[in-house]
Design a binder for this molecule. Structure first.
Ligand SMILES: [Zn+2]
Length: 895
């Protein structure tokens, strides 16, 4: 961002906000207040500072702990209520042991109630708690990870606390509004490197083989941002404007953190400027954990990443893998401000964190790597959000959240990707400069504090001088996707376009599984910023704000006029016959973004039952073989999805033959070897075509993949990194016992995380039932990293096409699997796994599977999965026969 922008921010006029908040569409939500923010804990007592001392035992997996918490009693009380789960408390006293407390733990509310014999007066007190906690095998609270090295298996520790698992490590006020400072001291083995939120201030030996490590106190922050990791780790550092940026890896891997480190330094500078508030901690570590949860977590000062998401090793990673590393890094680092410095008051506003970080990651990618065309190439994220948001089980991106299990369920495609799309649309509407100024005002006003969405809208309105709240609230406070119905009509030589709003809905037909109560969903109306205009406009049109319906001038008679130019809007468009005819003739004149938007909407209208599948198929026949990868990704995604839907159906062979015929010419243009394997669209498209064609049964591709894999075994250099995932996957799906054993042997031999995953997932893709059983049995052993057990079982169902076998296995071994996988196995995993099915019998099974229905969040996720199953079942009956008939007619009656 340019320095000129910063000067503008200084001269903001704050009075405009009053004008807009008095007029029109006031949001139901008010700005943040501690006393009214939702949450479960009483607000009579607040923590100010925690001094925490932990002694984790890597063998017994226990944690001995003591904490001294400076608290502020706001109203006299005898009771303190704070969070604790799977923790035993001992020796609780207050004010220098003057009073000992009675302790009552409540597992259901995850609280500890401490009752003191005498009233605690208002004012500061000091609470002392001795406790014992656990090191978990699953990635919640403090967890351990065992990983292979050239010197045998090693064990390390790491933490993951969002949304509500700090309470698994130490008793605390574990809600985001209770911000406090944290000073940590930990005893670890002498050969361990310990990493916390802040720099180490002191290290001293306490026994021949252990040492005590003390960290500087953090700034005021929410408990879910606390972090601790330790192990035989090493660190690579760089200085960035007074901040030490480090990449922390297991021994021997730090050089693979070079790409992330270099980019973190660049991003820190970019964000310092964009947010107008400098990153306030003295250091930032990026910690690569070879296990743990599959993503990354923005702990302040110590972001934890699943190793293969952070490290980049040119000897095994495709060049294109840098895109993923950059994206996740840019996302997590945006949270250091949006989430860490300024935090949502409660989980009902988690979209503020996630929508914003998801938007910022693409903005940063477009800034540093414009050649990646990230908005265009990552379009499937918005498509996914719109698909979920068109359903009955959608939810507003701001929604009430009852408890921690429900908070967990809000980390979904709607929260992330609808939030991302909404922010993009708003930035486009308000203008880049005004929007950035609003963000700066927001950061400055709320640093170290909490907010609601209303606080953000207020800052943006004030900066932009345009109303924001009404537009934004119509997208955040209600669920659903707007449908803009557009049609042109000639008026002499000129034409007019009518724009009308409806609600875009995908609901199963009443006759299909679980859809008996299906009906059209309630009407909605939005204030939608819409960019609309002719295809070859020299200047982008100023977006219009559509409320209800409108009629606009639309060039000369017959001219193609497109809605949602550049695909910036979060809505679907359905064109009337005149508009559709003009646009369908003008596909080649559209920019790739506009063409993709047109094609993706066309498919969505089929899913919604508003168009016949043939209309989409006819449209994609017009896409040229040299069109943009983003277009072909949409086509590949749709055809492979249909192929999965057709599993066990008579239409499948014809559908597969059609899909192969459609995709094969593209691949033949690119070839196996093409022009190297750089970081470009051709490389990515080649890899996804090989995988898709093989999955669709292209015998040439499958045979060549086997041949190349055999070559790779003799000489690894013979197979470019960019092709390894696809080729290994295809070897996996067709594996016989010998090649299956080879894949497992490779997985067991390597210490490189992404290679281990590649081989295990390829083995799990074997379509042979006996091999699938072997894979499933592996998930009960200690061989697989616990992080991937769910993914491996899921893969047996999806790529291995053995969902029934996998489901029977899960049911038979549920307790053993759940014990190792932790609480989310019963809800999140089961719900997601069951979407491998598209029939009523399995919907009924899910509805009656007790573990999936045991928590609030579980019931939410199960209901969504049931709807996914019902929608797939509906489309299967509706679309597969129509597609089959169309393919046969197209082939002149031949199958
Ligand atoms: Zn995030």
């Amino acid at each position: 961002m340019s320095p000129a922008l910063r000067n503008l921010a200084a001269g903001m006029v704050a009075t405009i906000v009053l004008v807009f908040s008095l007029s029109g569409h006031a949001a139901a939500e008010s700005t943040y207040s501690f006393d009214t923010t939702p949450g479960k804990l009483p607000k009579a007592v607040i923590p100010v500072h925690y001094a925490i001392e932990l002694t984790p035992d890597l063998k017994s997996l226990g944690i001995a702990g003591v904490e001294v918490v400076d608290i502020e009693v706001r109203e006299p009380t005898t009771r303190l209520v704070l969070n604790a789960v799977d923790i035993t408390l001992s020796a609780v006293s207050i004010d220098d042991e003057a009073q000992a407390a009675e302790i009552a733990l409540d597992a259901a509310t995850e609280t500890a109630t401490l009752t003191f014999p005498k009233m605690l007066a208002a004012g500061p007190h000091r609470l002392r708690i001795g406790f014992a906690a656990r090191i978990n095998a699953f990635a919640r609270g403090l967890f351990f990870v065992d990983y292979p090295t050239d010197n045998g298996m090693k064990r390390m520790l790491a933490s993951h606390l969002e949304p509500a698992d700090a309470r698994r490590i130490f008793p605390c006020w574990d809600e985001p509004a209770f911000k406090a400072t944290f000073a940590l001291t930990v005893t670890v083995p002498r050969n361990f490197l310990g990493v916390g939120n802040m720099p180490v201030t002191r290290e001293e030996p306490v026994a021949p083989d252990s040492k005590r490590v003390a960290f500087a106190p953090t700034p005021k922050m929410s408990s879910y941002l606390f972090v601790f990791a330790a192990g035989e780790l090493e660190r690579l550092t760089a200085e960035a404007d007074g901040v030490t940026v480090g990449v922390v890896t297991t021994a021997g891997k730090r050089e693979q953190g070079r790409f992330a480190l270099d980019n973190a330094v660049k991003l820190l500078d970019y964000y310092n400027d964009y947010f107008g508030v400098k990153y306030p901690l003295p250091k930032l570590d990026l910690i690569a954990v070879p296990g743990g949860h599959g993503g990354a977590m923005e702990n302040w000062g110590g972001i934890i990443f699943f190793e293969s998401r952070l490290l980049f090793d040119p000897s095994t990673n495709a060049d294109t893998a840098r895109r993923g590393v950059f994206s996740i890094l840019a996302h997590e680092m945006a949270h250091l401000w949006f989430g860490d410095l300024v935090t949502m008051g409660w989980w009902d506003n988690i979209w503020l964190n996630e929508g914003f970080a998801s938007w910022m990651q693409v903005k940063a990618a477009e800034h540093f790597y414009p050649q990646w065309q990230t908005w265009l190439n990552d379009n499937s994220q918005k498509q996914l959000a719109m698909a979920l948001d068109a359903r009955r089980t959608s939810h507003p991106i701001q929604q009430p959240v009852a408890d921690q299990s429900e908070a967990m369920a809000t980390f979904d495609g709607i929260t992330y990707s609808k939030g991302q799309a909404l922010i993009r649309m708003l930035e486009n509407y308000l203008g880049e400069t005004a929007f950035a100024n609003g963000i700066r005002n927001y950061m400055a006003a709320h640093a170290y504090g909490n907010t609601t969405t209303a606080d953000l809208w207020q800052s943006l309105e004030s900066a932009a001088g345009k109303p924001v709240t009404g537009i934004a609230a119509s997208f955040t406070e209600q669920d659903g996707v707007p449908l803009i119905v557009a049609e042109t009509n000639c008026d002499g030589d000129t034409q007019r376009m009518t724009l009308r709003q409806d609600r875009f809905v995908i609901v199963p037909a009443p006759s299909s599984a679980a859809g008996s109560q299906a009906a059209v969903l309630p009407a909605r109306s939005w204030q939608v910023p819409i960019s609309v205009g002719p295809l070859r406009a020299t200047q982008p049109a100023e977006p219009i704000l559509l409320q209800g319906s409108s009629e606009i001038a639309a060039g000369s008679c017959g001219e193609a006029v497109k809605v949602n130019l550049d695909d910036v809007g979060y809505f679907r468009t359905e064109y009337g016959p005149n508009s559709l005819k003009a646009l369908a003739k003008s596909l080649a004149l559209m920019t790739p973004s506009d063409r993709l938007n047109f094609v993706a909407d066309s498919w969505a209208l089929v899913q919604a039952g508003r168009a016949e599948p043939q209309s989409y198929l006819a449209l994609i026949e017009q896409i040229s073989a040299d069109d943009h990868r983003a277009l072909w990704d949409q086509v590949i995604g749709t055809l492979t999805w249909l192929d999965r839907l057709a599993r066990d159906h008579g239409e499948r062979p014809a559908l597969q033959a059609y899909a192969r015929a459609r995709l094969r010419p593209l691949f033949d243009r690119l070839g196996w070897d093409g022009s190297g394997s750089g970081d470009d669209n051709a490389t990515l498209l080649r890899s996804s075509l090989i995988r898709a064609l093989g999955d669709l049964g292209d015998e040439d591709i499958l045979a060549e993949a086997r041949r190349r894999f055999a070559g790779f075994l003799k000489n690894p250099q013979s197979l470019p990194n960019a092709l390894r995932d696809s080729v290994t996957h295809l070897v996996g799906i067709g594996a016989d016992r010998a090649s299956y054993d080879t894949l497992l042997a490779l997985a067991r031999k390597t210490t490189v995380t992404n290679e281990r995953l590649r081989y295990y997932y390829a083995a799990a893709s074997a379509r042979d039932a006996t091999l699938a059983r072997t894979t499933l049995a592996l998930t009960l052993t200690d061989e697989l990293p616990s992080t991937i057990v769910g993914g491996v079982i899921y893969t047996v169902g999806l790529s291995g096409e053995q969902p029934e076998l996998a489901w029977e296995f899960v049911k038979a071994n549920f307790d053993a699997l759940a014990a190792k996988q932790g609480p989310s196995f019963g809800d999140a995993f089961i719900a997601s796994f069951m979407t491998n099915f598209s029939d009523e019998a399995h919907a009924v099974e899910l509805a009656h599977f007790a573990p999936a229905q045991a928590s609030t969040g579980g019931r939410v996720m199960a209901a969504r999965a049931l709807e996914t199953i019902a929608i797939a079942a509906d489309l299967k009956t509706r679309a597969l026969p129509a597609i089959d008939a169309w393919i046969k007619a197209r082939n002149g009656g031949r199958p």
